[in-house]
Design a protein around this ligand. Structure first.
Ligand code: SAM
Length: 288
């Protein structure tokens, strides 16, 4: 290759490297993974259905950047939130980028605690949530039951624990799955690197791929146990919850006559039996 050609390639490489290098992994995560509006609508709808009133106090376990806690408090000036996370750097990022910009009225109703969800005492709340499968860090029945017991003790008498869970025939496949993020210049990549059928442990990563070809590898890594709905159900009852509801997303035809492709409607209904799918995300809500 001629010298100018080499230089051009070098410059191009530097440019490519910079897009991934300059990106902030928390912003990328929030844009590609989190959908606080949908989660809040679902929490309110199901809480009202079960309890016949509005929830006001909220605890977000494994809160990360506390985006959900902030959105919760912004939606109604009577609402309060407590967010708990082990990682002080992530909490600090959330304080700076999510909580503070929401203004002093919101800031005064959010408490962020740097600690272990197993140990931090709950203030007595209407809802505790652990979303994006974060409780999967607990890999034994004993520890997960201990976590559920701690949550139950910290809920009001009308309190509800809200969890999400994923599964399906593809959930144990070691694959990389790319997804475009609407209106953004990057793709979200979910990478299941390992699955151990003896323990049901999985090792997963999130990578971000940019339009210029650069990649932010292992932006987040999760060393989890893949729990089943049945196991979670049993452990919630063993931990003293009185009733468990499982919600499954309704699907409809995508309208294209040339295929049999189904799309989620965003509407979740309570189920006791369903047909398995290649991949699904479901919700489990447990009453005190
Ligand atoms: C998958 S992220 C979840 C972020 C956010 N809740 C969401 O829905 O996207 C998992 C978070 O859990 C935190 N974490 C892991 N183990 C924890 C524990 N035992 N107690 C508190 N936080 C924990 C990590 O620091 C990380 O921020």
């Amino acid at each position: 290759m001629s010298k100018p050609g080499r230089l051009k390639k070098k410059k191009q490489k530097q440019l490519e490297a910079s897009q991934a290098k300059n990106a902030d992994r928390h912003i990328l995560y929030q844009k590609s993974v989190q959908d606080t509006e949908t989660e809040i609508v679902l929490m309110l709808e199901k809480y009202r259905e079960i309890r016949g009133k509005d929830p006001l106090s909220f605890r977000e376990d494994f809160c990360g950047t506390a985006l959900l806690s902030t959105a919760w408090c912004m939606g109604d000036d009577r609402r309060t939130a407590q967010g708990v996370d082990l990682c002080e750097d992530t909490l600090a990022w959330g304080r700076e980028h999510n909580v503070k910009p929401a203004g002093s009225d919101v800031t005064s109703r959010i408490e962020l605690v740097n600690g272990n969800v197993l140990a931090v005492k709950q203030p007595g709340v209407d809802i505790t949530c652990a979303f994006n499968f974060s409780y999967s860090v607990f890999k034994t029945r004993d520890i997960l039951r201990q976590y559920f017991e701690a949550v139950r003790k910290g809920l009001n008498k009308d309190g509800i624990l809200m969890l999400d869970i994923f599964g399906g025939t593809e959930a144990i496949d070691c694959v990389e799955e790319d997804r475009e993020v609407e209106g953004e210049d990057f793709e979200f990549v979910w990478h299941q690197e390992k699955y151990n059928p003896v323990t049901n442990e999985i090792l997963c990563h999130i990578h971000f791929k940019f339009d210029d070809g650069s990649v932010m590898e292992n932006a987040f890594t999760y060393d989890w146990r893949l729990w089943t709905i049945a196991e979670i159900n049993e452990l919630l009852i063993e931990a003293g919850f009185s009733r468990v509801h499982v919600y499954w997303e309704e699907y409809e035809d995508d309208g294209d006559e040339d295929d049999e492709y189904m799309v989620g409607t965003g509407n979740y209904i309570e189920v006791t039996e369903v047909e398995n799918q290649e991949s699904w995300v479901s919700y489990i809500f447990a009453e005190v």
